[in-house]
Write a protein that binds this ligand. Structure first.
Ligand code: HEM
Length: 271
């Protein structure tokens, strides 16, 4: 991946129009297509996203935005962060929390399921927040401009697929302080273009944008894998789906162990 990123980043660096917003869009074009084509995003585009997929996605989004927004805030006066710091307009964390509470109840924190890929993503955000804060721009761009673009379509699909009325459980997709997503994206791009970067920093920024997409793709793939595994467990053990999807992971492990034990006991008895 590293070599491929470098080639794409080098190509973008040679663009006659040297605006960062144009270069970053070009360099991440293929990754955007790959992100759109993940199983999870394909379920969205087919309009058949399930509650389980959406709840798992919310857990990961919370973990990611918690790290991103804490690091942006901690570095908000950094020269590479200040121009693109729009907490009032863009912050997602509290909105995701409202959605998590809607689906999991007041003790949602104890019920969160966070895959390894999500941990890796937040670890990367913490790492650059500490060592190279200017690279936070690449991640803020990937997530926030994505949420303001395709994310708006995904919000409508979520409502329709899951039959959610009056915005219940879909606060994440809303931007109450942004009256026009298109105008806001224009402003955001002009702020991105105002950040002064050395050639080396610019190259690292373009590579980081591709990495940001890659980290998102890995999260989506692992979430989908978890959905498949849960489905297989339901089918194998023939237990009601609701028992799996509405309970805590610990409870589910307990149920699994009891059923496994019961199967072994029955086998011994039969023998
Ligand atoms: C079903 C999935 C998706 C659909 C249908 C979709 C669709 C779109 C559309 C229509 C645009 C506007 C393009 C334009 O204005 O030129 C866009 C832009 C964007 N999307 Fe997506 N998208 C999806 C998934 C994603 C994902 C998973 C990410 C990142 C994690 C993402 C990040 C972005 C970004 C950063 C932009 C802004 C590009 C720019 O103007 O520089 N998208 N998307």
């Amino acid at each position: 991946m590293e070599t491929e990123n470098k080639t794409q980043a080098a190509m973008a660096m040679e663009m006659p129009d040297g605006d960062l917003s144009e270069q970053i869009k070009l360099v991440s074009k293929d990754s955007h297509v790959r992100a759109e084509n993940t199983e999870l995003m394909m379920s969205y585009q087919r309009g058949d996203v399930t509650l389980e997929q959406y709840k798992l996605l919310l857990c990961s989004l919370h973990h990611i935005y918690e790290a991103l927004e804490e690091e942006l805030e901690r570095n908000s006066s950094h020269v590479g962060v200040a121009p693109i710091y729009f907490p009032l307009e863009l912050a997602r964390r509290e909105l995701v929390e409202a959605d998590l509470e809607h689906f999991y109840g007041p003790y949602w924190r104890e019920k969160m399921v966070v895959p390894k890929a999500t941990e890796r993503y937040s670890h990367r955000l913490r790492q650059i927040g500490r060592d190279n804060p200017e690279l936070l721009l690449a991640h803020a761009y990937t997530r926030y401009l994505g949420d303001l673009s395709g994310g708006q379509i995904l919000g409508r699909i979520t409502q329709k697929s899951l039959g959610l009325k009056n915005g219940e459980g879909t606060a994440f997709f809303t931007f109450p302080a942004v009256s026009s997503p298109n105008l806001f994206k224009q402003l955001y791009r002009s702020r991105m273009n105002s950040v002064e970067l050395t050639e080396k920093q610019r190259m690292c920024m373009l590579e980081e944008a591709v990495r940001a997409f890659e980290l998102n793709i890995q999260v989506f793939d692992e979430l989908q894998d978890m959905v498949y595994r849960t489905q297989r467990l339901i089918n194998t053990l023939q237990i009601p789906g609701a028992l799996i999807t509405t309970t805590t992971p610990l409870f589910r492990v307990g149920v699994g162990l009891c059923l496994a034990l019961a199967t072994v006991c029955m086998g011994i008895y039969a023998f």
